[in-house]
Design a binder for this molecule. Sequence first.
Ligand SMILES: Cc1cc2nc3c(=O)[nH]c(=O)nc-3n(C[C@H](O)[C@H](O)[C@H](O)COP(=O)(O)OP(=O)(O)OC[C@H]3O[C@@H](n4cnc5c(N)ncnc54)[C@H](O)[C@@H]3O)c2cc1C
Length: 496
Amino acid sequence: MVVIGAGNGGLTAACRLAQKGIKTLLLERHNIPGGCATSFIRGRFEFEVALHQLSGLGSKDKPGPLRYVLDQLGVTDRVEWVEMQNLYRLVVPGQLDITLPADREALLAALQARFPAEKDNITAFFDLVYKLCIEFFSTMRDPEPSPEKYPTYFKYALTNTQEILDEYFTDPLLKLSVAVYWGYTGVPPAKLPFMDLAILLFAYIELKPYHIKGGSQALSTAILEKFYEAGGEARFNCGASKILVENGCITGVVTEHGETINTKYVVSNASTLSVYTELIDPEHVPEEQLKILGGSTVGPSAVTLFIGLDCEPAEVGIYETTNFLGTTSDINRVFSSCKKVDVEDDYILLSCYNVSDPDFSPPGTCQVVIVDLKYGEPWLEIPPHQYYEKKYEVADKLLDKVEQHFPGFREHIEEIEVATPLTHARYLATPGGAIYGFDQFAKDSNMFISPRSPIKGLYFAGAWAGMGGFQPTLSSGVAAARQVIKAMQSEAEVGA
Ligand SMILES: Cc1cc2nc3c(=O)[nH]c(=O)nc-3n(C[C@H](O)[C@H](O)[C@H](O)COP(=O)(O)OP(=O)(O)OC[C@H]3O[C@@H](n4cnc5c(N)ncnc54)[C@H](O)[C@@H]3O)c2cc1C
């Protein structure tokens, strides 16, 4: 059994398979595990690459679905979790400055204090969010779900978020305040299924947002260690360059060093695009699969600034871990800007991990990561000789934005590293540096996509096989492993 890629999905798939006694080889082209879930060092700072707010974990007393997945793998207690008290602070200069606690009552109170004219609608909106999520969880356990049993779910799950926001609220700033998590999916409210926003809100309020001591690298390393303990073998600096197929069945994998590994089963954490257009020879790729891929579009990447400050967060006025810093309440304008290199209309996510975990960086310092969601395409059009100039010009403009909110910020910068969509593409090997896989439209979600390929023995785990983000990708690996084990069992039964 070969797993290609040691991102979240690949790691959990490999770990589960090895724990089930299946001889598993994990191939990773990079030199460390994690994919997005990793860190790198500059000066005295170890920078978190991707994790801002982990969803779905919950506490020991109130476990969420991700905790079950990590418990199954035996890694929950190998990692120290840091619970965040608030969902986020959202600022639109001169118009809005609101902090939403990760608690239903307190969150309602904060919103109702700022938007008193829409008090009842705020209550009604969150009643809908909760009802929808509770019905959704029930449908998953019900072999015969029907509109009669789950009217809210059937009515609203696929309705776009904008319709619901317009139905419930009038003030655009209120709509923004409850929908700012659209950025965690990369899909603006006009196209985002309301179910996706409802689940994000429900999960973060009920199960709280988390971070990890030592960053997401600590989780990736813990899963890898469990994989080794179960007898798994991993090779780093060892990408897969070919997946071999004969008569519609997997027969092996060729590494970038030219070694052929015979296997009937592959789980790919590499994107479906690269599997079907680069790793498998064209004559073995089912026509139908290419049509499906043709109907999907590559999702956004990001410009990311990793910054080490030589001071505590409070010294520059940072009091929240998660800050969304906006320019306008018009999300559609913000989303259009994701498709440009220019950053003028963008709102940014600024995370300062030390607010929740004072030990996140050396004493007297703090770590700040700024994420500006951007598609890869406009960056790919920049001529190579202009790339560095553009990259630092954009970083400079983003720092100007930060400086407006936190005067004196620039003076305290001790380390800074800038990543563009091209940087993410280089390290992740994803098309356009995409961080959530395909654009997360409903048709590309795991409601409609199977982690299994029409090629026998080929399975997918990770963002391209459903949804992006930590929780979905970590869970997807375990789901893919389950499918492989089932297929192996039925093959053994047929052979018996
Ligand atoms: C800046 C940033 C901020 C983010 N913020 C959040 C957040 O706050 N919350 C959240 O939930 N999510 C966040 N995400 C998204 C989340 O990190 C990703 O969606 C998720 O980690 C992707 O996991 P994956 O399983 O798809 O694998 P990936 O992380 O894409 O890893 C795939 C792995 O496969 C390897 N690979 C590819 N091709 C080959 C090959 N041919 N052979 C061998 N190996 C190969 C790659 O090197 C890589 O290691 C963020 C991401 C980024 C980059």
